[in-house]
Ligand binder design. Structure first.
Ligand code: F6R
Length: 637
């Protein structure tokens, strides 16, 4: 791991003819964040030594949260002082009150300013409350203020999926200054969960310009997660264009992009390293290369020729395997062996080349589901097979999922409850709470409980339909999730303890978990972290010697073909059965709160995705199935 990300100190980064911006890649966002925080802290300290102010340009959003957390830690534990620091934030929504929890003013105070000794007069955040007619002058003054402070010594950035930096959306000019700007639709979609619906997301923001950002002496841009991979590639490898404002940073001579493995996935040197340099061909890379070549040439694996490999940067791979013929057969067999209709292992069969062991023939299985529907959305077909093949299947819902239930849905159930006999006090209170609820209000405890109950009963409907008895269905209600807001608490021992307890109780031979890393700050990631932490705690227990962990992907992404270690086929009837199981989650149908920019309902996404995997297998020359669910094994020892 590089201890410095500084342009000058990092040595020659693996520059390729494709990359035009210095970048470093870390295994995960936590490590990257700590290193960026250290660079900022070093700068603050060195400026202090020189008796100078340190002028920082700061960003909001999910990307810098861990950086701020680490700076706060350094302040508290290492005495890092912010007394010589002047900050200028990149942007603010307009109009926006400071005390609105969605404001960037609120964000910065919650994550940084309230916890360090910065002088309030040194904090500058564009003001979302100034009258419209004063915005222009306000922006000119903001620019002057930065200049008067001596200019930005360091600018921290995130990147939006539109390629925006600050809120400089596509179309922004290279020399633009601080100004108001209309937000792109995709930016508003990405902000929608925090605002509980796109209609609540402001349309306008005040942002520093590209010209303002470019004047910073040093720029560090953070990008985490697969969702950013495409835009990161375009910014680093594409032409400088106003369509991707972050590409303007190619013209700055002291900028570093700090990436995690997800965000780096589309870079040529990561995605197709054979096009960049000679590579050490691991087994996984070999499969990745062959699958890529097969897709490029639109030929099945067994039809790839020596010439195909030689002409596409894989001559060294060919030498390693003697001939395309030998290599193709190995790769074909590997892919073939990932397919099994027996996800719990096939009893009494030779399992040398099967993804799962045959013994014990009846396995205890835990399917962890972050929300009360990921189990059926992501692995409904496999779930069904495991039950049908007689395994002892337990379903564990990690969070209540209450935040994704609309108020109208809760109102409907409360009103139905009113129609029933008995004491109506709870239903009456819920109806009253919902009626007086204002935009951005957090639901009352009772409303949240009702919303959780709705999801719980929907989940029960689906598990009963697939044949799992109620006593094998568990709801952990992990506390980190129960904030009533989209911003969740940090994972704690209480969360991990719940997961550890259930694994200890069931002593599973198989664990299925959502390895969905698209959003590094989303619920799936926290739920997965809790499982990983539990596995780490339990790994020396005897019963864990027999436990295999399989990761599925959530509603947003699928494993890439070369990553898949188990592919479970579904017949057309099984596809329908899975659809039916998803339908039990009625509160998550049509126009759900957290749909993202994909307007398809969850069952459609799941079907499209499973069909696509089947097509990909078929195009590689393997059997033609209606649908395939895919898994990757996680080795915890
Ligand atoms: C925030 C800002 C934006 C974000 C970008 C990424 O002050 O100016 O450019 O950095 O939208 O947001 P996250 O980090 O939430 O993915």
């Amino acid at each position: 791991m590089k201890l410095s990300i500084k342009h000058s100190e990092a040595g020659k980064f693996e520059e390729t003819r494709f990359e035009k911006i210095h970048n470093v890649i870390f295994d995960n966002s936590n490590i990257g964040s700590l290193i960026v925080a250290k660079e900022i802290a070093d700068l603050i300290r060195s400026k202090k030594k020189e008796g100078k102010k340190c002028v920082l340009g700061l960003a909001t959003g999910s990307s810098p949260i861990k950086v701020y957390e680490e700076l706060v830690r350094m302040h508290k534990e290492e005495g890092l002082s912010f007394k010589n620091v002047i900050t200028f934030n990149l942007d603010e929504y307009y109009p926006m009150e400071k005390n609105n929890p969605q404001s960037y003013w609120y964000f910065m105070h919650e994550h940084l300013f309230n916890h360090v000794d910065i002088l309030p007069e040194n904090i500058n955040i564009p003001d979302g409350t100034i009258p419209e007619e004063e915005i222009q002058q306000y922006c000119i003054d903001y620019e002057f203020k930065i200049k008067a402070a001596g200019g930005l010594d360091f600018q921290l950035l995130g990147i939006g999926r539109t390629g925006h930096i600050g809120f400089n959306e596509p179309g922004s000019h290279f020399n633009s200054g601080t100004r108001n700007i209309t937000l792109d639709h995709i930016t508003r979609i990405d902000a929608a969960p925090a605002f509980l619906g796109i209609e609540n997301v402001p349309r306008v923001a005040i942002t520093m310009g590209i010209g303002t950002i470019r004047k910073a002496k040093r720029i560090v841009l953070l990008a985490w997660g697969i969702n950013k991979a495409q835009v990161v590639k375009e910014a680093i490898e594409g032409e400088v264009t106003s369509d991707i404002p972050a590409s303007y940073l190619q013209r700055h001579d002291n900028v570093t992009f700090v990436l995690d493995s997800g965000a780096s996935k589309e870079l040529t040197r990561i995605k197709t390293p054979w096009l960049v340099t000679s590579c050490g061909w691991s087994d996984e890379l070999t499969i990745k290369g062959a699958v890529w070549l097969s897709q490029l040439k639109k030929k099945s694996i067994l039809k790839l020729t020596d010439e195909d490999y030689n002409n596409n940067g894989m001559a060294d791979l060919l030498i390693k395997h003697d001939s395309a013929y030998n290599m193709n057969i190995k790769i074909f067999n590997h892919l073939q062996h990932t397919i099994t209709g027996w996800p719990g292992g096939k009893p009494n069969a030779d399992d040398t080349n099967r993804p799962e062991r045959k013994d014990p023939s009846r396995k205890r299985v835990i399917i962890f589901s972050p929300h009360p529907d990921d189990d059926v959305i992501s692995m409904g077909g496999t779930f069904d097979r495991l039950v049908e093949q007689g395994h002892d299947v337990h379903i564990v819902y990690q969070t209540s999922g209450n935040i994704a239930v609309a108020d109208t849905e809760a109102m409907k159930f409360a009103e139905v409850a009113l129609l029933l006999g008995g004491d109506h006090s709870a239903a009456k209170k819920i109806i009253k709470d919902l009626k007086k609820k204002k935009e951005f209000d957090v639901d009352s405890l009772e409303v949240r409980q009702l919303k959780a109950m709705i999801r719980r009963k929907e989940a029960r409907g689906a598990t009963r339909y697939l044949g799992v008895p109620d006593e094998k269905v568990f709801f952990l209600n992990m506390p980190f999730y129960e904030t009533g807001r989209t911003i969740k608490d940090k994972i704690s021992e209480a969360d991990i303890g719940l997961v550890t307890d259930i694994i200890t109780k069931i002593k599973p031979h198989q664990i299925y978990a959502a390895g969905d890393l698209a959003d590094p700050h989303g619920t799936h990631k926290v739920c997965l972290d809790a499982i990983f932490a539990s596995l780490d705690k339990l790994k020396n227990k005897k019963f864990m010697d027999d436990c295999w962990v399989w990761l599925y992907r959530g509603a947003w992404h699928e494993w890439e073909i070369h990553e898949i270690e188990m592919a479970v086929p579904m017949s057309p009837d099984q596809v329908k059965k899975k659809r039916q199981a998803i339908f039990f989650h009625q509160s998550q149908k049509d126009g759900v709160l957290f749909q993202g920019d994909d307007s398809r309902e969850f069952w459609m996404r799941a079907e499209d995705r499973n069909k696509e995997t089947a097509h990909k297998y078929n195009d590689l020359g393997l059997a033609d199935y209606a649908a395939l669910e895919a898994f990757k094994r996680y080795h915890f020892k």
